[in-house]
Structures are given as structure tokens and as C-alpha cells.
Ligand binder design. Structure first.
Ligand SMILES: [Zn+2]
Length: 324
């Protein structure tokens, strides 16, 4: 047994029992246990909340996972569209634009993103922000690429139209039917003058054919001359084809068109004759480019077969006398 101790209380003027500290100790122990239990409970609540979700949370988690999966799928589809468009752009730059002599569109211009720092601000601060921003960016760039490509194709369509006009304008056929020719008398180059017999430059090609043989316009254009006032050519016609090209038909017997008339390639413009400085009925044919007389031999691809052209080439190269 422990001793019971007393002390004198001066207020009550009596001895009082000194209480041991045991009571206080028990109080502390109870407080400690309570706090441990409380802390454990809190900890367990947190652990259980993360491990065990409510049914609603489970549904939301599934939806989120599905959304991520769909975004990944979408990204794969975007990648496919990007690859197809890249191929179209490559053809656009290296074939279409090249063919129509348009400058290629640089990569940076085709794939330029959009300015503005805050463009995707609303999409940030979410768990999946990166995925969403990345996909949105890709789609927007794809959209822009499509607009650039579409504009490029519009430009090419216009150029193709012009090219078609150009191709139908330049002289490209033999002005006399091949079956009407008795022979190809003389080509472009140095030939013996039929009158003086001296060597001189023959600036065109002579097609020998009977008087009255039809002569055809070799390209689309406008008749700028149909007269016999040019020295040596006799009755002659000049057609302006645009793009710097003029074709000339000389020694005709008769005109079928007048000055100012618009003609199409293959239109009948007159008939073979021997007017002017000419020795026998033939068509003297010249092509001028920006005022220079050039060799017409390169301008018959429109209506001659390879074999016919080869023959023409051989005949035109012969060092014979021209009919002028
Ligand atoms: Zn000639």
C-alpha cells in the first residue's frame, strides 16, 4: 500500500489528501488512444476512397478511358489523312505546278500553324489537355493545308486553260496536206537561189503542190496581212498567233480570208499558186518568233506521223535548190 499524503489548505484551513498523478496519466492515455483511432479512421477512409469507387465513378472512369481510346483512333485517322495530303502536295509541287511553270509552294507555307499564344488556352489545365491540344492542332493544320492545296489547284486549272490556248495558238501543223504534195522542195537553210543560182539563206520551207491546192492555217490567230505588197512573196498571208508567233504563207493564187479575220488551226486560208518571186507553183512557208525567222521543221507535230516527219526531215535537209 502506498502512503497517503496530505497537505494543508490555507483557504479551507484543513488538511487535504494529495491526489496522485495517476488520474492525470489515465487522462493522457485516453486522449492518445482516441487520437490514434481517429487518425487511423481518417487514413483508412482515404485509402478506401481511392481503392473502392462508387458505381458512378466507375462509369465515369470507363467513359474517360473510352474517350482516350477514341482520341488515339482519331489521331491515327488524322495521320492517314496527313499522309494522303502529303502525297497530293508532293505531286502538286513536283508535277502539276512544275508542268505549268508555277513556283512550288514551300513546306512552311503549307504547314504554317496558327498564331496567338492563347489559342488553346481553354483546353489546358485538364488531365488530358496534351492529347486534346495535340489533336486539335493537327486537325487545324490539316484544315489549313487543304485550303492551300485547294487554292493551288484553282491556280493550276487557270494555267491549264491558258496552256490549252497557247497550245492551240502556236503553229503546229503542216499548212498543206501531205497527200497533196508532189514533193517537199526545199527546207530552211542555205539553198541555191532559183533565179541567180547563188547560195543564199532560204528562210522558210517550200511545199510543192499543184496550183489551187488548199492551204491551211497552222494555228489559231488573226490574219494581219493578206496582200501582195511585200517584195517577192506575191499574194501572201500572215497570221499572228500571239505569244510572239507569226506564220507566213507566200506565192498564193487566191485568198480565202481577209485581213482582220480570226482563224482556227486547220481553217482554209487560200490556195497554192506561183505569184511573186516564184519558179513554179508551191507554198513558201515561214514561222517567225518575236521577229526572228525560225526553222518551221519543228512545228509539224500536230498532224504528221513519226514516219512522215522522218521523211520530211530527210527531204528538208537535202541541199537542193529552193523555189523561193
Ligand atoms: Zn521558199
Amino acid at each position: 500500500m502506498s502512503k497517503v499524503k496530505y497537505y494543508y489548505d490555507s483557504e479551507t484551513l484543513s488538511y487535504r489528501k494529495i491526489e496522485s498523478k495517476r488520474g492525470r496519466k489515465i487522462g493522457y492515455v485516453i486522449l492518445f488512444i482516441t487520437s490514434v483511432v481517429l487518425c487511423s479512421f481518417l487514413l483508412l477512409t482515404i485509402i478506401f476512397n481511392t481503392a473502392l469507387e462508387t458505381p458512378k465513378e466507375k462509369v465515369l472512369q470507363r467513359e474517360l478511358a473510352n474517350m482516350k481510346f477514341q482520341y488515339d483512333l482519331l489521331n491515327k485517322k488524322v495521320a492517314h489523312a496527313e499522309a494522303v495530303l502529303a502525297n497530293i502536295e508532293e505531286r502538286d509541287n513536283n508535277i502539276y505546278r512544275l508542268y505549268f511553270e508555277a513556283n512550288p509552294i514551300p513546306e512552311e507555307q503549307r504547314k504554317a500553324g496558327f498564331g496567338g499564344v492563347n489559342r488553346y488556352e481553354a483546353l489546358y489545365n485538364y488531365e488530358n489537355s496534351d492529347l486534346i491540344v495535340e489533336t486539335t492542332k493537327r486537325l487545324e493544320i490539316l484544315q489549313k493545308q487543304l485550303v492551300v492545296q485547294s487554292k493551288s489547284l484553282d491556280e493550276i486549272a487557270k494555267l491549264a486553260e491558258d496552256k490549252e490556248e497557247f497550245l492551240s495558238s502556236i503553229p503546229a501543223i503542216q499548212p498543206v496536206n501531205n497527200e497533196d504534195l508532189t514533193r517537199m522542195a526545199s527546207g530552211y537553210g542555205f539553198r541555191n537561189d532559183p533565179f541567180t543560182k547563188a547560195r543564199k539563206m532560204h528562210w522558210g520551207m517550200d511545199f510543192t503542190a499543184p496550183k489551187g491546192t488548199p492551204i491551211y492555217a497552222s494555228g489559231d490567230g488573226v490574219v494581219i496581212r493578206a496582200d501582195n505588197s511585200a517584195s517577192g512573196f506575191g499574194k501572201h498571208i500572215r497570221i499572228d498567233h500571239g505569244y510572239g508567233y507569226v506564220s507566213l504563207y507566200a506565192h498564193m493564187s487566191k485568198y480565202n480570208v481577209r485581213k482582220g479575220k480570226k482563224v482556227k488551226r486547220g481553217d482554209l486560208i487560200g490556195f497554192v499558186g506561183s505569184t511573186g518571186r516564184s519558179q513554179a507553183p508551191h507554198l513558201h512557208y515561214e514561222i517567225r518568233k518575236n521577229g526572228d525567222k525560225i526553222n518551221p521543221i519543228n512545228f509539224y507535230y500536230g498532224n504528221l506521223s513519226a514516219k512522215e516527219f522522218e521523211e520530211l526531215l530527210l527531204n528538208a535537209a537535202k541541199q537542193n535548190q529552193s523555189l523561193d
